[in-house]
Design a protein around this ligand. Structure first.
Ligand code: PEP
Ligand code: MG
Length: 756
């Protein structure tokens, strides 16, 4: 059963569209349960009716026509209550109503289960049989499991607007195709798509035509020669240790690469206009399919070899620097997993939007996009990446919606919205040089989070009083190896110089979790609970010391450097890190450098650090709360996991209490307490942070003017009352609603992040 179920799900997943997916479902489920009919009903958008969408066994003429009101008949009841019915004679049930024209009179046995995704009823899956009998337990369990697995596929299709397309073909006025996801950076971005795809993944290669056919053929030939050479080297290396029959595999590989077979076919496709990577994908996947269908087991196993050859050739094709895309003036990066590195590669000023399937609003790529003020939607299911290259997109970062090839009217509407945004920014310009001070004279410092040199200009023009978090890993990501001491020193010096005399808080390398360096891969089951941040740098003092030396050297004569350690989970880590810093400082002094010892800080982003905040405050000059990680660790919700994104919320009363504790313990030791997680840039959260007593807030440059506007218009006494109320709320949604009310009452409603 399990095998069969897997096969069905695989087949459904590979379907071109929802219609095809549903027809596979009804066919395969009917076969698997050996019943006479299987039917899928889907819920309409207005949640008022369930519509018969696909059937194998009932009259197909009624597809899309039979609509059952929710709460009526067996189907409508399942759609309303989410319960199942297993009946030997359906027509005898008091709620039974005949589906007109469907031809179900001949059936007696009825098993219907709801299709539920994330607590939402999406539809009903039904099997029917002439024989009057109850379906047995195994059949019931099969249908429930099948329906649970299919729910995800249907939800994805629904999210991309496809359900609506099928349900309402007649009364649709304009054909707007859109994708929904998690609103992650507010704003509107209009531009053309550049598809980001994982390297050496054949299935991810997008369709593109060749601009220069001869050049593409040359690239292919060079890649094939390189792979041949690699294989010959491997063959020689293995000659003494492998028996002849095993060594023969290398000959098979070499034969496959022969110009008369694979490469000949690929070249043909290039000549017909495909780019080399696309032609390779087409040929390899065709061969894979043919081999998979073979009865001979030996030949079926050759699939792995063909895929391997394909990947190797692709790797060389992708290594070619000329393959870097030509970025349009307004580039929207879109793909399964848009990485921070892909974002950094887009030339300055050209990035207009980011859309990613993986990740959520607190993923590092979203944070980076926020720093750049680029509208972003994360967690978007079912991106048809293959067909999007160069297509016009509108990214609505407020509501988490992406429009594909929008019609003119929509285009106009969003252009207007983008203009209004720019106007608000211009108005906020007026408060740029004014302090962040409440009407009742509570003064805070506002800093920026940065990682790109490109942010500097933006930060200064936003009126930042310094840098509250410099994520040093960003320049590490855009290289092909660890940057050396001098290379790092130059980068840090530039930043310290532009901001001087304002303080700059540099955080030591914080990789691991979802921040990977291409040249330092870490494979872990639980990366966020694994080798991350200070744990890596303490284990690699050679990397850590180079960075500390570079920071200290860069500060010579400027004296505005602050150093901060990430992911501290115990006092020993803190002590070890401080010791290493002190030793590095001593060494540099002995080398004759005249450097001032920097102010040092610790990030509070793990619950243990909250509990030991007082002890930590004794050792450091300042505490800085990393609320992004602190939230995920307090709530046990992966900040990067789309599936639990609805549970990730920094306004959870438990998180607010933790913040309260940190501020109190820090102040008891006479130390300053700052916050540099994303909540510091969210106008509603700022109401609480103000009342909690944070000395400084650090956020993206794009958020800073709005946050200052809140502080300048909201008396501390009002914020304190809001904090008091927030602590008695039962959930984060109630806290947010209450804070938004406060903003509205003080004429700050325009700053509310829609969709948050
Ligand atoms: C945080 O965790 O809140 C933080 C600022 O660090 P990062 O987002 O880089 O993990
Ligand atoms: Mg963090």
């Amino acid at each position: 059963m399990l095998k069969m179920m897997r096969r069905i799900v695989q087949e459904v997943n590979a379907a071109q569209d929802l219609e095809q997916a549903l027809s596979i479902i009804v066919q395969r489920v009917r076969e698997a349960l050996e019943t006479q009919s299987c039917t899928v009903f889907l819920m309409e958008k207005d949640q008022q009716h369930v519509v018969l969408m696909a059937t194998e066994g009932l009259n197909k003429d009624v597809i899309g026509k039979v609509k059952v009101p929710v709460g009526h008949g067996l189907i409508g009841l399942i759609g309303q209550k989410g319960e199942l019915f297993n009946l030997d004679k359906a027509s005898e049930h008091p709620s039974f109503i005949d589906l007109e024209g469907a031809g179900e009179e001949r059936f007696n046995a009825f098993l219907g289960v709801p299709i539920i995704h994330h607590r939402r009823i999406l539809g009903v899956l039904v099997v029917q049989q002439q024989e009057a009998r109850r379906f047995d337990e195994a059949e019931e369990a099969f249908l429930i499991t099948m329906s649970a697995q299919l729910a995800g596929v249907i939800a994805n299709a629904e999210a991309s607007g496809k359900v609506g397309d099928i349900c309402e073909p007649a009364d649709k006025l304009i054909d707007v195709t859109f994708l929904d996801g998690i609103p992650s950076v507010p704003g509107v971005g209009i531009g053309h798509a550049i598809v980001v795809y994982p390297l050496a993944d054949l299935t991810a290669v997008p369709e593109k035509s060749a601009t220069d056919i001869d050049a593409e053929i040359q690239k292919l030939n060079a890649a094939i020669i390189a792979v041949r050479e690699d294989i010959q080297v491997m063959q020689q290396r293995m000659a003494s240790s492998l028996p002849d029959e095993e060594l023969a595999i290398f000959d098979v590989y070499l034969k496959m690469l022969d110009s008369h077979s694979l490469s000949g076919e690929i070249t043909e496709h290039i000549k017909n206009g495909l780019w080399a990577q696309g032609a390779l994908k087409k040929v390899i996947l065709e061969h894979v399919k043919q081999f998979e269908e073979m009865d001979d087991e030996y030949l079926r196993e050759r699939v792995t070899d063909i895929k391997d050859i394909g990947r190797r050739v692709l790797m060389y094709l992708q290594r070619d620097k000329h393959n870097l895309p030509e970025y349009p003036e307004q580039t929207i990066l879109i793909g399964e997993e848009v990485t921070a590195a892909a974002l950094v590669e887009v030339p300055e000023g050209k990035l207009a939007g980011v859309v990613s399937a993986k990740g959520s609003s607190n993923s590092h790529v979203a944070i980076l996009a926020r720093a750049l003020g680029v509208p972003t939607v994360m967690g978007v299911n079912n991106i048809p990446a293959n067909q999007l290259e160069g297509v016009e997109l509108i990214v609505n970062g407020y509501h988490g919606r992406v429009y594909i090839a929008p019609p003119l009217a929509l285009h106009k509407e969003f252009t207007l919205l983008a203009q209004e945004e720019r106007q608000l920014d211009e108005e906020l310009e007026n408060i740029r040089d004014l302090p962040a001070e409440t009407p009742d004279n509570k003064r805070l410092s506002l800093y920026v989070n940065t990682g790109l040199v490109a942010d500097v200009e933006r930060s200064l023009s936003a009126g930042a009083e310094g840098v509250g978090l410099y994520r040093t890993e960003v320049p590490f990501m855009s290289r092909e190896r660890f940057p050396g001491e001098e290379e790092q020193r130059a980068i840090y010096r530039q930043l310290l110089t532009v901001f001087s005399p304002r303080p700059v808080v540099m955080r030591t390398l914080d990789i691991g979790g979802d921040k990977m360096l291409p040249y330092f891969p870490i494979q872990e089951e639980n990366p966020f609970l694994g080798w991350r941040g200070i744990r890596i740098t303490l284990d690699h003092p050679e990397i850590f010391t180079v960075q500390l030396r570079a920071m200290l050297k860069a500060s010579e004569g400027l004296d505005n450097l602050h150093i901060m350690f990430p992911m501290i989970s115990c006092l020993t880590e803190a002590d070890d890190a401080i010791l290493l810093l002190q030793k590095t400082y001593q060494d540099l002094r002995e080398e004759g450098l005249n450097i001032t010892y920097p102010k040092i800080g610790v990030m509070i982003e793990i619950p243990s650090a909250v509990t030991q905040a007082g002890e930590l405050a004794k050792r450091f000059d300042f505490l800085s709360v990393g609320s992004n990680d602190l939230t995920q660790y307090i709530l046990a919700v992966d900040r990067n996991n789309t599936r639990v994104a609805n549970l990730y919320n920094a306004l959870h009363p438990a998180v607010i209490r933790a913040l309260q504790e940190v501020v109190m313990r820090g102040h008891e030791q006479g130390k300053t307490v700052s916050i540099c997680g994303e909540m510091a840039g969210d106008p509603a959260s700022v109401v609480l942070l103000l009342a909690l007593g944070f000395d400084s807030l650090s956020m993206s440059a794009a958020s800073l003017p709005r946050v200052k506007w809140v502080i300048r218009n909201l008396p501390l006494i009002v914020a304190e009352e809001a904090l008091h109320n927030a602590l008695s709320q039962v959930n984060p949604q109630a806290v947010r609603r209450q804070l938004e009310r406060v903003l509205i009452e003080h004429d700050l409603g325009g700053l509310i992040w829609a969709g948050k």
